[in-house]
Design a protein around this ligand. Structure first.
Ligand code: ZN
Length: 528
């Protein structure tokens, strides 16, 4: 059996060695779709040679034969390109350019270096010589929006032919057109605020890169008829909402305005900053805690007047909300708090028959409980009302943990865990998880405190759909201190001073969050 199998193995091995040296066919994609070229393109002296006619035809170019087998390509924007067999010159609107190889006839077709010719046509050409792949795509040159109360027309203009597919999405109501093989990321603007009739705004961006897909989205305020049709007189296409005449003049688009900014201080620890707006607009904000700074971004709105700085008494943003009333307004609440005023639930992960992650000698449930006890002791010494979801080695249902915090009306919730990888000794470091946007700021501050105190690898603040942080109604985080099934980190977690440092860091994170003196600096998006 062994002797017989040997030649077979040798044959398989030889085949594997030979395969990569075989010359793979060149794959051509035009506007994201595979294209079969005849004759097949080939690489000669590192130059990709092929017949351009099929490709440029798909891009909306016309072509014709000139004298002496020359090929004339006319692009949709009337650029004129001439190629002659036996010549390495490429003529673009009368100007000559040298190609890396001369054009020649084969099988009745004019063959030429494809890359310079397709670039002269105005295509976006990506030639990957190693993979043997040629992508021929186009660029969106402009998105122009025409609108009045009756309708909106969005004209998508490109250098070469494009094809789009219209899709509808409900809740919120919107339509989008995907344009395969198109690049739209070079445009200066990425949206136009319309706010007329049923159209709220039009926005566009690069949805995919390989192959390229450009996406144009119309956000609606109410259901409406939306159509997509190719332009009659040239490349490009139009999305039309409702009825808008072909020669309707471009309306001055309506830009929402920030009409007023108000700052009030109802008590010594609180400042409310209110931005009144002419229209409801989406808002994002940046929170930087050291130095204390909040940057509100209202990408669809323009201030009606120069805005002077508004001073605030507090250091931390507790909340920001968009009110859709009349007039719409954004209110940001800055409140300096005291840890002693807070009610905090500490959740030691696992317990009882659920041991959590196993180390060589330690069980996760025991480490979690010990650290949680130390956190609770420290918090209670500071006068914080502290509740543990379990106080001993007992099993507690996953849903009962957030339920307890919700019932108590807790202000903050921290779930303490240690991590494990399926394979021992492969993981290391500290992670912090949050779910709701309202918990992100706590997560940033808590994670920074833990990473600083434990000095392990910073695996970052992450978002995850874990029950305990999803079901809690207050800011909540889940911390994974270290990896219990990694020998080095288990040894650390066995040391009392390391557990004490973890407990202190969790208390420090809570204190910094409440008092607004943390060090985290990252974008916080307004959300649920
Ligand atoms: Zn766990």
């Amino acid at each position: 059996m062994q002797l017989r199998s040997r030649p077979l193995a040798a044959i398989v091995f030889a085949a594997l060695v030979i395969a990569p040296t075989c010359h793979a066919a060149v794959v051509v994609r035009v506007l994201g779709e595979p294209a079969e070229l005849s004759p097949a393109p080939q690489v000669k002296d590192e130059v990709l040679l092929g017949a351009p006619a099929t490709i440029v035809g798909r891009l909306g170019c016309r072509f014709m034969s000139g004298g002496h087998d020359s090929l004339i390509i006319i692009t949709p924007r009337d650029r004129r390109i001439v190629l002659r067999p036996g010549s390495d010159e490429l003529t673009v609107d009368g100007r000559g350019f040298e190609m890396p190889h001369e054009a020649f006839m084969a099988g009745g077709e004019l063959i030429c270096p494809l890359v310079p010719v397709l670039e002269a046509v105005g295509a976006v050409v990506r030639w990957d010589a190693d993979a043997g792949r040629l992508d021929v795509e186009t660029r969106i040159e402009a998105v122009d929006v025409y609108a009045d109360d009756e309708g909106t027309r969005i004209e998508v203009r490109s250098e070469l032919a494009i094809e789009g597919t219209l899709f509808r999405v409900e809740d919120p109501e919107r339509y989008y057109v995907d344009i395969p093989g198109a690049w739209i990321d070079g445009l200066q603007q990425d949206r136009t605020y319309v706010n007329l009739g049923s159209v709220l705004r039009v926005r566009w961006g690069q949805f995919e890169q390989d192959p390229a897909i450009a996406r144009v989205v119309v956000d609606l305020r109410a259901a409406a008829d939306v159509r997509w049709e190719p332009d009659e007189d040239g490349p490009g296409g139009s999305m039309t909402v409702g009825e808008v005449d072909g020669d309707e003049p471009l309306m001055e688009r309506h830009v929402p305005k920030i009409t007023r900014i108000l700052a009030q201080a109802p008590d010594a620890d609180t400042t409310l900053v209110t931005l009144e707006l002419s229209d409801p607009v989406p808002i994002e904000y940046d929170v930087q805690i050291r130095p204390p700074r909040v940057v509100l971004e209202l990408p669809d709105a323009a201030p009606i007047m120069p805005i002077a700085p508004v001073s605030v008494a507090g250091e931390l943003v507790s909340s920001a909300s968009l009110e859709g009333d009349d007039p719409p307004a954004v209110t940001v609440v800055f409140r300096r708090g005291r840890l002693a005023d807070r009610r905090i639930v500490i959740d030691p992960g696992h317990g009882g028959r659920d041991s959590g992650a196993p180390g060589r000698t330690l069980l996760e449930k025991d480490v979690n409980l010990d650290v949680a006890h130390q956190v609770a002791a420290r918090l209670m010494a500071l006068g914080v009302q502290t509740v543990l979801t379990r106080d001993s080695d007992v099993f507690v249902d996953l849903y009962d943990r957030p339920e307890l915090a919700n019932r108590l009306g807790a202000d903050l919730f921290v779930s303490i865990h240690c991590n494990a990888m399926p394979k021992p000794n492969t993981g290391r470091g500290t992670e912090t998880y949050y779910y709701h946007a309202r918990s992100r700021c706590l997560g940033l501050v808590m994670h920074a405190a833990l990473v600083q105190a434990l000095g392990r690898r910073d695996n970052g603040l992450r978002r995850a759909n874990f029950c305990v942080i999803r079901e809690t109604e207050m800011p909540s985080v889940l911390v994974e201190l270290m990896y219990l099934n990694t020998d080095e980190e288990e040894a650390l977690l066995r040391r009392p001073e390391v557990r004490a440092a973890a407990a202190q860091a969790i208390c420090e994170g809570l204190r910094q969050y409440v008092e607004g003196t943390g060090t985290a600096q990252e974008r916080l998006e307004l959300g649920s």
